[in-house]
Design a protein around this ligand. Structure first.
Ligand code: ADP
Length: 279
C-alpha cells in the first residue's frame, strides 16, 4: 500500500485536500512492526548502493517548523551505516553564500556515487521562506522553479536518485508541538520566538509550498506529500516510499557486486598461481 501522495507532474496541489491525520487504518503497533522491516531493508539497500557505487541518493525533507524533519532522520535511518550517509542542514545563508547563485551551496554537498545524503531543508527554501518574506524580487524567485528542475535533472542524469518529502502537518498540530516545547524541559532547547512569528504566516507558507510542489514535481524527481500529524505514521510512510524507490535498483547493484567479486577472486587466484609457479 502506498502511504504518501505522489504529486503527478503538471497537476494542481491543494494541501487542504490532504488530511495530515491520515493513517490508512493502520495502528501504531502495526506501523512500528512494518517500520522495523523497512528500516532493515533500507540498511541492506544502502550497503549495496555504497559497494556498487553506481548511483547516489538524495533525500530532500521539507516541512513547516515542527513538522518532524529531525525526527524522521532519526527514526528512518536507524539501520543505515553512517559511513555511507550524510545529513546536510540548510540555515539562513551566510554572506558568502548570498554572494553566489542560490544553488552554489547546495551543489557542493550533493552525494557522490555510493553515498546517501539527506537535506534537512534545501534549495526549496529559496522559493519558500524567500518568497514569503520577499527577500528577493518576484521575478527572481519565479525563475527558480525552472532552475531547480534543470539542476535536479542534471543530478538525475548523472546517476542521482532524488526522493522529495513534504511533511504535512496541520496548523493545530504545530501549535500543540510548539506548546509541548515550552512545557517539557527536554524539548525547550528547540524553542525559538521566531517559530511563533513564522506561524502567523502559515497561509502564505502553505500557498508557497503548493506552488513549489506543483512546479517542481517532475517525472524524474517527484514530490511526496506525507501525512505527518502522527509521527509513527510519518516515519512509516517515508520509509516505505524510500524503500519502494530504491528496491528496483537492488538486482543491478547485486550484479555489479557479483562481477566485482568474481574479478577480485580471479586476481587472487592468479596471484597465488604465480607464487606457486615461482616456488
Ligand atoms: P530548523 O528549523 O531547520 O531546525 P533553524 O531553526 O536553524 O533550523 O532554522 C533554519 C532557518 O533557516 C529556517 O527559518 C529557514 O527558513 C532558514 N533558511 C534556510 N534556507 C534559507 C534561505 N535560503 N534563505 C533564507 N532563510 C533560509
Amino acid at each position: 500500500m502506498k502511504l504518501t501522495i505522489k504529486v503527478k507532474p503538471g497537476t494542481t496541489v491543494k494541501l487542504d485536500k490532504h488530511d495530515p491525520d491520515e493513517t490508512f487504518g493502520l495502528t501504531e503497533e502495526q506501523a512500528d512492526e512494518r517500520l522495523a522491516m523497512l528500516t532493515d531493508e533500507l540498511g541492506e539497500l544502502q550497503e549495496l548502493l555504497y559497494a556498487a557505487r553506481q548511483h547516489s541518493v538524495l533525500i530532500i525533507l521539507q516541512g513547516m517548523d515542527t513538522s518532524g524533519k529531525d525526527g524522521t532522520v532519526k527514526k528512518v535511518m536507524t539501520d543505515v551505516n553512517p559511513l555511507g550517509c550524510r545529513v546536510e542542514a540548510f540555515k539562513v545563508p551566510s554572506e558568502e553564500e548570498l554572494a553566489h547563485d542560490f544553488l552554489w551551496r547546495v551543489h557542493k554537498v550533493v552525494p557522490p556515487k555510493g553515498l546517501m545524503t539527506i537535506f534537512n531543508r534545501s534549495h526549496y527554501e529559496d522559493v519558500l521562506v524567500v518568497r514569503v518574506h520577499e527577500l528577493v524580487a518576484k521575478r527572481v524567485w519565479k525563475s527558480r522553479f525552472h532552475q531547480i528542475n534543470e539542476f535536479e535533472r542534471t543530478l538525475v542524469e548523472s546517476g542521482t536518485i532524488i526522493v522529495k518529502f513534504f511533511l504535512h502537518i496541520s496548523k493545530h498540530e504545530q501549535q500543540k508541538r510548539l506548546q509541548a516545547r515550552e512545557r517539557e524541559a527536554a524539548k525547550a532547547w528547540k524553542l525559538s520566538p521566531g517559530d511563533w512569528q513564522e506561524r502567523e504566516l502559515w497561509e502564505a507558507y502553505q500557498s508557497a509550498y503548493e506552488t513549489a510542489l506543483m512546479r517542481c514535481s517532475t517525472a524524474y524527481a517527484k514530490w511526496h506529500i506525507v501525512p505527518a500529524n502522527q509521527k509513527w505514521f510519518r516515519n512509516l510512510a517515508v520509509a516505505e516510499a524510500l524503500v519502494r524507490t530504491l528496491r528496483p535498483y537492488r538486482k543491478d547493484w547485486e550484479k555489479v557486486l557479483q562481477k566485482l567479486s568474481d574479478r577480485k577472486l580471479a586476481e587472487l587466484e592468479a596471484m597465488r598461481a604465480t607464487r606457486s609457479a615461482d616456488a
